[in-house]
Design a protein around this ligand. Sequence first.
Ligand SMILES: [Zn+2]
Length: 207
Amino acid sequence: MIATARRMNASGLNQGTSGNLSQRVEDGFLLTPTGMDYDTLEPEDLVLMRWDGSHEGKRAPSSEWRIHRDLLARRPEVGAVLHAHSMFCTTLACLRRGIPSFHYMVTSAGGEDIRCAPYATFGTEELSHHAVEALEGRKACLLANHGMLAMGKNLAGAFKLAVEVETLAAMYWRALQVGEPVLLDAAEMARVIEKFKTYGQQPEPKG
Ligand SMILES: [Zn+2]
């Protein structure tokens, strides 16, 4: 988990100490602590959270613990959740623009688009509610005027998707500088989703 947190720094997904990461464990989940530099993170700094919001460990949990708790509780197929204020996802989120079907790889987040959840103050139940809705049938979303979320079966899967979504956000942003990108229609996006199912993507990396 700490290795993935540090990869968030190295990959540029993290801006300062704004990112956070969770992983499902028995009877709850492990979450990164609030406001700590990942370079100095030790295993005992991770916070063990229970489903009722109580926690164990010497550190206070990330202020976005509700989002992690609500997503892991509602989505049994998800084993890890990653949150970041990555540059291009957050740029689009500040325009309150999601990522439409401008590229077939948008389907890597589970559907024909990547939604932008409405704004709510960080750390609130309202924000968590918006995130859960924006992630309906999806594995990633943007958060208006805030950042992004990506989920996976495990940490490696969530990290891989976060990098993919940040790359798509950067491409979409660049295309917008030149004009209005041509969007693929719903039938084509459905075909791509089907093709990925039939031919099979590489399984999510272990870890
Ligand atoms: Zn945040």
